[in-house]
Design a protein around this ligand. Structure first.
Ligand SMILES: [Zn+2]
Length: 170
């Protein structure tokens, strides 16, 4: 079937542009042909001998799915989640896990052990979790903000110049 000639069309906003799907591994990215590892690691590999980390992961995963669609990203060294972009992940440990979350602004909070600025709109937060029960209301709120980053809500805010806050985005 022949394709009609391409007409110039208005630039579509970031969050509406379809993701590029790697033909080799099927992973999805915002940027076409971006460098990545095509390795797919079964989820179980991350949690072998680390049942507590798995319980934490499952609890967070269920919470995220209550916000909306989410994909699990499992690479050789890490396991995490994305919507349009990766916004968080788990580093499994024998006695729990580190939860890493990308937020558009730094959040200084007693539960946050470290904040690292990756770029002005991307701050990596590390939260130490020792039990699934620690995934409570506070962590839920952090996850909700990170989920908005995964949806690239912060790009929408910037473009529209709105004063949308993470609260009004979700
Ligand atoms: Zn690939």
């Amino acid at each position: 079937m022949g394709k009609p000639p391409r007409k110039p069309r208005p630039l579509r906003p970031f969050e509406d542009r379809p993701l590029w799907r790697c033909p080799r591994c099927g992973k999805r990215f915002v940027t076409r042909n971006i460098y990545h590892s095509c390795t797919r690691v079964p989820l179980e590999d991350h949690f072998r001998g680390r049942p507590l980390a798995k319980a934490i992961f499952m609890r967070i995963d269920a919470l995220l799915r209550s916000f909306g669609p989410v994909r699990i990203v499992s690479n050789r060294t890490r396991v995490g989640w994305m919507v349009r972009v990766r916004f968080g992940g788990i580093h499994p440990l024998k006695d729990g896990a580190w939860l890493d979350l990308w937020l558009s602004r730094p959040l200084h909070h007693p539960r946050v052990a470290k904040v690292r600025e990756v770029s002005p709109r991307c701050h990596l937060h590390s939260v130490r979790l020792r039990d699934p029960e620690e995934v409570d209301g506070e962590v839920r709120e952090m996850l909700r903000r990170a989920y908005a980053v995964g949806c690239q809500e912060h790009l929408r805010e910037r473009r529209e110049g709105s004063i949308a806050t993470p609260e009004s985005a979700g």
